[in-house]
Design a protein around this ligand. Structure first.
Ligand code: IPM
Ligand code: MG
Length: 364
C-alpha cells in the first residue's frame, strides 16, 4: 500500500476551519481505498507563529516540506500584521522557494449553484486559468526611498524572464491540449506594456508551433474581462501573468457562483519539489471562528491534489461527492445564500464518499 505524506498548513483565519475539514475528507477517502493511505503532518505557521517567533515560518521550513508528496494550504493573512508581510513570509516563500511556477485555477458552475450571469448555462462556463506563479508583477523587485518626505519614490518592477514565460506557456499549451476543446487564450496587455508583454506574445507564437493541434488566440486583459462576462463559452484554457490571472480568477470564481468554491493548484511540473493546493478565498476574518466558511474550495483543492498524485479515480469520487452536496440547496453555506455550516457540508461530503466506496470483494 502506498503512503502519501501530506503537509497541512492551515495558516490564518478560516484556513484553520477548512483545512481540518479537508483532512477529514482525505481520511474518509483513505478508509475506503485499499491502495493508498495518508500520513499527515501539521505545520502551525502563519500569524500566530509570527507573534511568537517574528516570522511566518521557520527559516528552514522549506526543507521540512521537501520530503512531502503534497501540501494542503489554507490561507495567510492576519488583521494585526501587514498583508505584504504575511504574503511574502509564507505563501509566496513556498510558491517561489519550491518553484511552483504553474498556478492552475479551474472554474465551473457546479450543480445546484446559481451563477450571476443570466444567459450563461453551466456548460458555457468551463475554464482553467493558468497563472504564472513565480515572477512578473510578483517578483518582489523594487524599492522605496526618501520615505515620508515629499520626494518619496517607490517602484515595483514586473520582471519577466524568457525561461519563465516559455515554461508557463508550454505548460498552458500542454494543459489545453489535454482538454476536449484544445483551446487556449493567451492574455497580455501588450498594447500598453510594450516590452515584457510583447515578449509574451512572441514566445506564445513560438511555443504554439509545438502544439499544432491546439487552437489559440490572444486577448488583452481588459477585453478579457468583458469576454468572460459576455461570451464565456468562447473561452476554455486561459494563460496570463501573475497579476492579470490573479484578478481574472477572482472574476471567474464570482461568475461561477462564489469565491468559496474556487480551488487552486500551485504546481512544480517537474516534480522536483512538492506542489501545493489551496482554496483561493483567503483568510476571511469577518466570518472566522463562526463555522460559516465554505469548505468546498478546499475539497475541490483536495481533488486537484489527488489528481496530481495520479489518484484520478479517487479524485473523481471526491468531485462527485462535492457535486452531490452542492446540488442540495440545504447544504449551501452563507456565501451561496444558504444556512449550512462548515461541519454540515463536511459531514455530507464525507458520508457521500463513504456511501460510494467500492463494496468489498466477496467470494462465491
Ligand atoms: C490569490 C490571492 C493571493 C494573491 C493573495 C492572498 C495575496 O488573492 O491566491 O489569488 O494575490 O496571490
Ligand atoms: Mg487572488
Amino acid at each position: 500500500m502506498k503512503t502519501y505524506r501530506i503537509a497541512m498548513i492551515p495558516g490564518d483565519g478560516i484556513g484553520k476551519e477548512v483545512i481540518p475539514a479537508g483532512q477529514k475528507v482525505l481520511e474518509t477517502l483513505a478508509r475506503s481505498e485499499s491502495s493508498f493511505q495518508f500520513e499527515f503532518e501539521n505545520f502551525d505557521w502563519g500569524g500566530d507563529y509570527f507573534r511568537r517567533h517574528g516570522s511566518m515560518m521557520p527559516a528552514n521550513g522549506l526543507d521540512a516540506l521537501c520530503g512531502k508528496d503534497a501540501i494542503l494550504f489554507g490561507s495567510a493573512g492576519d488583521p494585526e500584521i501587514p498583508d505584504h508581510i504575511t504574503l511574502w513570509g509564507l505563501r509566496l516563500k513556498i510558491c517561489q522557494g519550491l518553484d511552483q511556477y504553474a498556478n492552475v485555477r479551474p472554474t465551473r458552475i457546479l450543480p445546484g449553484i446559481d451563477g450571476p450571469l443570466k444567459r450563461c448555462r453551466p456548460e458555457d462556463l468551463n475554464w482553467v486559468i493558468v497563472r504564472e506563479n513565480t515572477e512578473g508583477e510578483y517578483s518582489g523587485v523594487g524599492g522605496r526611498m526618501h520615505q515620508g518626505h515629499p520626494i518619496e519614490v517607490a517602484t515595483d518592477l514586473s520582471l519577466m524572464t524568457r525561461a519563465g514565460v516559455e515554461r508557463i506557456l508550454r505548460f498552458a499549451f500542454r494543459l489545453a491540449q489535454s482538454r476536449p476543446r484544445k483551446l487556449l487564450t493567451v492574455i497580455t496587455k501588450s498594447n500598453a506594456q510594450r516590452h515584457a508583454m510583447v515578449m509574451w506574445d512572441e514566445i506564445a507564437a513560438q511555443v504554439a508551433k509545438e502544439f499544432p493541434d491546439v487552437t489559440w488566440d490572444k486577448e488583452l486583459v481588459d477585453a478579457a474581462t468583458a469576454r468572460m462576462v459576455n461570451r464565456p463559452a468562447s473561452l476554455d484554457t486561459i494563460v496570463a501573468t501573475n497579476l492579470h490571472a490573479d484578478i481574472l480568477s477572482d472574476l471567474a470564481a464570482a461568475l461561477a457562483g462564489s469565491l468559496g468554491i474556487a480551488p487552486t493548484a500551485n504546481i512544480n511540473p517537474e516534480r522536483i519539489y512538492p506542489s501545493m493546493f489551496e482554496p483561493i478565498h483567503g483568510s476571511a476574518f469577518d466570518i472566522m471562528g463562526k463555522g460559516l466558511a465554505n469548505p468546498v474550495g478546499t475539497f475541490w483543492s483536495v481533488v486537484l491534489l489527488l489528481d496530481h498524485l495520479g489518484e484520478t479515480g479517487a479524485a473523481q469520487r471526491v468531485m462527485k461527492a462535492i457535486e452531490h452536496v452542492t446540488a442540495n440547496p440545504l447544504l449551501h453555506t452563507r456565501d451561496l445564500g444558504g444556512n449550512a455550516t462548515t461541519v454540515q457540508v463536511t459531514e455530507a461530503v464525507c458520508s457521500e464518499i463513504a456511501a460510494t466506496a467500492k463494496s468489498p470483494l466477496t467470494t462465491a
